[in-house]
Design a protein. Structure first.
Length: 196
């Protein structure tokens, strides 16, 4: 019987470290090439340089956290990730603002009429998107975003009304709701761009 050849563990670790090092170098090159462009494109969406820089940094961290070799087109992935982060933040902000208006809290900031109109349009799009969700998905989404409950607490709330589900299912429901909100916002933005 022939002995089985094995690769020493140190060789595997050094190969992994080398792959990680290459990945980090690619992300550093990507940062040098695209950071300023990405921030500029995000400013039009967020209307804030600070928030645009924050989202861009978060997108780069997301790319850096990926296993080396899992993303082939890193620049496209970077822009898609940044856009999704921006949309998620907008969704959270709209939900918070909706909650504030219901309890009578109005922040004392001055915003242009155009921005107020855009925010109202986004809020209306999101309200329609949330209203169109199935009851379970809507309940999970509202409990997570509106009431800011942890997923295990959401599972308990569902159990209180006789619906048994896992934490993972609750997470899927919330992710599905975010995806629907994202599609609704993108659809509204695309139709607004076509009208211009």
């Amino acid at each position: 019987m022939k002995p089985i050849e094995t690769t020493p563990l140190t060789e595997i670790r050094s190969a992994d470290a080398f792959g990680q090092e290459q990945h980090e170098d690619r992300v550093a090159d990507l940062f040098t090439k695209y950071y300023a462009k990405l921030v500029k494109s995000l400013v039009t969406r967020t209307r804030s340089w600070d928030e645009a820089r924050d989202i861009a940094s978060q997108a780069f961290v997301e790319i850096l956290s990926q296993r080396p070799g899992t993303v082939n087109f890193m620049s496209a992935y970077l822009y898609r990730t940044a856009k999704n982060i921006a949309i998620n933040r907008l969704t959270h902000e709209v939900m918070r603002n909706e909650k504030r208006s219901l309890v009578g809290y109005e922040p004392e900031t001055r915003v242009s009429l155009e921005h107020l109109r855009e925010d109202e349009e986004h809020a209306a799009v999101l309200r329609r998107a949330v209203a169109s969700l199935s009851p379970r998905i809507r309940m999970a989404f509202v409990l997570r975003i509106w009431d800011e409950l942890a997923y295990d607490e959401i599972v308990h709330r569902f159990a209180d009304v006789g619906v048994h589900l896992t934490v993972r299912t609750a997470q899927r429901y919330v992710a599905a709701a975010f995806e629907e909100c994202r599609r609704a916002i993108l659809g509204a933005e695309n139709s607004a761009e076509r009208e211009k």
